[in-house]
Design a protein around this ligand. Structure first.
Ligand code: PMP
Length: 438
């Protein structure tokens, strides 16, 4: 190791004494990439991190998605400071919540009514409760490798975090609960049809990441989402989109309004779970959907869901400010332009060094899979070389480039990255890829 990370190593030893596994989310551990101390960051600005040893890193982790405008964006920082100055939590409604709700509704047409919560996990959990309350059925169909947070139902054969660590199911989830969940492969309409034929009459909802971000970036095959929505409705179940990663990532809106889907009505979900970007880097989640379904929620209906911190002025203000930044013309086009340059540069370096590499890019995000086949589902994403990924990850880190320590996660461009960052990262990747096959 040429980069000095002594202080990170010390802090990790200390953290291990007090915090389980030394980290507050398992995805931050380096377990899947050979172990050792994760890098302890001290501050971040724009596209860069500085660690506790004074090293600078270019950030493509973007905190697993939310930091789409780069760190400490002045417009968002100002909004947070204003909110903090005015008191961080009231326990009463505020006008700010109406503003963010309106912004979400204006860009995601399937939302008649929304409810703010504190995380993507909560948002997903709540959509399931509401779907069950509305349909009066209990089973959920989900897709292998899609990750929907850490609530019981969706951690059955779940995705990126657990599979990276080799734990397909979490301990502590009763089999009675696991029996309520059916998992089928993504992008395989015959498998979904079979599951619905067998369990459709007991199924409350089909839960899907409509554009997948948790086993790499994976698009639904042409016609797949349309067919998924149609079959689910024919079975009398609801379609739930988990857009915690995808909403506002590829364009200003959700999957339903993404231009690659020509017939918006055919890909319209009943319920949507949101998080990450809509909080501008502070904790948030939201869920929403058709009026008559959302009116199941307390205080209007019998499905209970609540939150002391929900809709807090700081998170809501940061979310509004973030969406304001993203609403400017050309923002997504620029992130895409940089992502194309970066992905192409990494791809060319892989060819140069004879490293088989599949890159799945969707606008300003992409995933790097060490394999020589396409990645369209979880099985194909698993069938990739984890050791090569680990060497690539460590090589990049030594070069001052941060990506997620998991072969299933994406690289995210932000509005803060520049051509100079991309040029430097391509050179870093070239040097890292040179040592991947050894
Ligand atoms: N859904 C998806 C698609 C996610 O990627 C994540 C988090 N990576 C979640 C839900 C859970 O969100 P949170 O970590 O905010 O609970």
């Amino acid at each position: 190791m040429t980069m000095n990370r002594t202080r990170s190593a010390q802090l990790y030893e200390e953290a291990l004494q007090h915090i389980v596994g030394g980290v507050n989310s398992p995805s931050r551990s380096f377990k899947a990439v050979g172990g050792g101390a994760p890098v302890f960051m001290e501050r971040a600005n724009g596209a860069y991190f500085w660690d506790v040893d004074g090293n600078r890193f270019t950030d493509y982790l973007a905190a697993y998605g939310p930091i789409i405008t780069g760190h400490a964006h002045p417009h968002i920082t100002e909004a947070i400071v204003r909110a903090a100055t005015n008191g961080t939590l009231y326990g009463t409604p505020t006008e700010l919540e109406i503003k963010l709700a309106r912004m979400l509704k204006a860009s995601i047409p399937s939302l008649d009514k929304v409810r703010f919560v504190n995380s993507g996990t909560e948002a997903v959990m709540s959509t399931i409760r509401v779907a069950r309350a509305y349909t009066k059925k209990s089973k959920i169909i989900k897709f292998a490798g899609c990750y929907h947070g850490h609530s019981d139902l969706v951690l059955v054969a779940a995705g990126s975090g657990p599979s990276t660590l080799g734990i397909p199911d979490s301990a502590g989830i009763p089999t009675s609960i696991a029996h309520e969940v059916i998992t089928v492969p993504f992008n395989d309409i015959a498998a979904l049809r079979e599951a619905l034929d067998r369990w459709g009459s007991d199924t409350a909802a089909v839960m899907v990441e409509p554009i997948v971000g948790n086993f790499g970036m994976v698009m639904p095959k042409p016609g797949y989402l349309e067919e998924l929505c149609k079959l689910t409705r024919e079975a009398g179940a609801l379609v739930i989109y988990d857009e915690v990663i995808s909403a506002f990532r590829f364009h200003y809106g959700s999957t339903q309004t993404y231009h690659v889907f020509p017939d918006q009505a055919a890909v319209e979900p009943d319920l949507t779970a949101l998080g990450k970007i809509i909080g501008g880097g502070l904790p948030i989640g939201a869920y929403g959907g058709r009026k008559e379904i959302m009116e199941q929620v307390a205080p209007l209906g019998p499905a209970y869901q609540a939150g002391t911190m929900a809709g807090n002025p700081a998170s809501i203000s940061a979310g509004i400010a973030c969406l304001e930044v993203l609403g400017a013309p050309g923002v997504y086009e620029e992130m895409e332009r940089l992502a194309i340059r970066l992905a192409d540069g990494i791809g060319a370096a892989a060819v140069k060094h004879g490293v088989p590499l599949t890159i799945n890019r969707i606008r300003g995000a992409f995933s790097t899979h060490f394999c020589d086949h396409p990645v369209t589902n979880y099985e194909e994403a698993q069938d990739t070389d984890g050791e090569q990924f680990a060497r690539f990850f460590r090589g990049l880190l030594e070069e001052g480039v941060v990506i997620a320590p998991s072969k299933y996660e994406a690289w995210f461009l932000t509005t803060a990255h520049t051509d100079a960052d991309v040029d430097a990262t391509i050179e870093a990747a070239d040097r890292a890829l040179r040592n991947v096959l050894i």
